[in-house]
Write a protein that binds this ligand. Structure first.
Ligand code: NDP
Ligand code: MG
Length: 381
């Protein structure tokens, strides 16, 4: 039996990972969340965790009270999150949302814990540092993101050197086919209504702006050591083909399945094992038609900004990611309009002086400056 830790256990990915853990009797050593003490305590008790970590320090007492008499140790704050990541386990699932996931990823690598990575912002902002350190420490990073899991699956059993390019599929989100002028008055509820996937709020907004695909473009470059020209983005409305790879002989291998994150989560946790997953079976005849098209780069400027940042490298990916995190927060809080997300991300891209992302300080400073830019621009709202 293997043992895991889950950072972000109360979220969309975290709760689905616990379903997988329950089905296959995977041991849970520690769980961490941001502020949802009630669910975190329930999970820690149910799975017999040794540690429960709550990021918000003012919630630690509440968690202590909920876990009284269980023997489960409580950790809190950024320090607690780092400590949780360092606990020795077979795999650490990082499914927190946002750049806050970077520190625990680096801590897990230092501790020699293999990582199942859902937290894509970590790789977008600090991918150079993370991948280099993971290689030095011999730590493996298993992708959880469905597209990256698909690519990882399509690479199995083939010679990596014979890979030509990857085909990264995108659902197109709820606003597929719309032009900019039609998106001016989009509401939060409309942006949160994703056609195929049920996910946390931040990534659902990212899917509606196609920022998510831009982040995934950069995530793929790091995970699979690709150049930007080796990635083709294809809009595939049904989210059945989760991505594909093309080899030098032009053979294309794709991975298909129902749009359910439990499949990639389970593959990342149990790799290379393939056993029954708590999800439905794919029926191609029920689906009937699969469609493919090109993304609309002019309307979805977040995607364009990410690709430009990816090509430039350095701190620009951290800058666009930081700008987006702050802009999405402002949109969810009703402070800015939908199209302003892309405008702010693009403005930060234009206003950031690039430099190498070779130190943690450089990455964190770029992230901070980007957030400050967005906060300043939206302060009076
Ligand atoms: P959710 O918003 O549903 O969940 C986020 C989780 O992270 C919650 O458990 C939250 O705790 C926790 N969290 C947030 N901040 C902190 C912190 N500072 N310290 C500790 N825990 C924290 O997000 P998702 O599950 O949708 O997404 C998680 C990550 O996975 C994102 O990076 C996303 O891009 C990626 N991803 C998600 C997919 C999906 O289908 N959902 C698909 C592919 C990638 P609390 O509940 O207390 O707030
Ligand atoms: Mg994805």
């Amino acid at each position: 039996m293997q043992t895991i830790t889950i950072l972000g256990s109360t979220g969309s990915i975290g709760t689905q990972a616990l379903e997988v853990a329950e089905k296959h009797n995977i041991g849970v050593r520690a769980l961490a969340a941001h502020s949802n003490t009630k669910l975190l305590a329930e999970q820690a008790k149910k799975f017999g965790a040794e540690y429960a970590c709550i990021f918000r320090e003012d919630k630690a007492e509440e968690l202590e009270a909920l876990l009284k008499g269980t023997g489960i140790k409580v950790l809190c704050g950024a320090e607690g999150l780092k400590q949780t990541a360092r606990l020795k386990v077979d795999k650490l699932l990082n499914s927190v949302v946002g750049m806050v996931g970077l520190m625990p990823t680096l801590e897990a690598i230092e501790a020699g814990n293999d990582i199942a990575l859902a937290n894509k912002e970590t790789l977008v902002a600090g991918g150079d540092l993370v991948m280099e350190r993971a290689a030095e420490k011999g730590v493996k990073i298993y992708p959880v993101d469905s597209e990256h899991s698909a690519i990882f699956q399509c690479l199995q059993g083939n010679d990596r050197r014979q890979l030509d390019k990857i085909i990264l599929t995108a659902s197109g989100g709820p606003f597929f086919g719309k032009k900019r002028e039609e998106l001016a008055d989009v509401t939060v509820a409309q942006a949160l209504a994703h056609p195929n996937w049920s996910m946390g709020n931040k990534i659902t907004i990212d899917s509606s702006t196609l920022m998510n695909k831009g982040l995934e473009f950069i995530e793929a470059m790091h995970l699979f050591a690709l150049r930007p020209e080796q990635i083709e983005i294809v809009v595939h409305r049904q989210s059945i083909v989760h991505s594909a790879v093309q080899y030098k002989d032009f053979a294309v291998i794709a991975q298909l399945g129902v749009p359910d994150m439990k499949i990639p989560i389970q593959y990342a946790l149990l790799y290379p094992e393939r056993i029954e997953c708590p999800t439905g079976e794919l029926s191609l005849t029920d689906i009937g038609t699969l469609t493919f098209g090109k993304p609309d780069y002019a309307t979805f400027d977040c995607l364009t900004a990410c690709i430009e940042a990816a090509r430039a490298g350095g701190i620009l990916p951290a800058a666009v990611n930081g700008a987006n995190e702050a802009a999405v927060r402002a949109f969810l809080d009703g402070k800015i309009k939908f199209l302003e997300i892309g405008e702010l991300v693009t403005a930060v891209l234009r206003n950031t002086k690039n430099r190498p992302a070779d130190t943690l300080e450089a990455v964190l400073a770029a992230d901070r400056a980007a957030r400050e830019y967005v906060l300043t621009k939206t302060a009076d709202r």
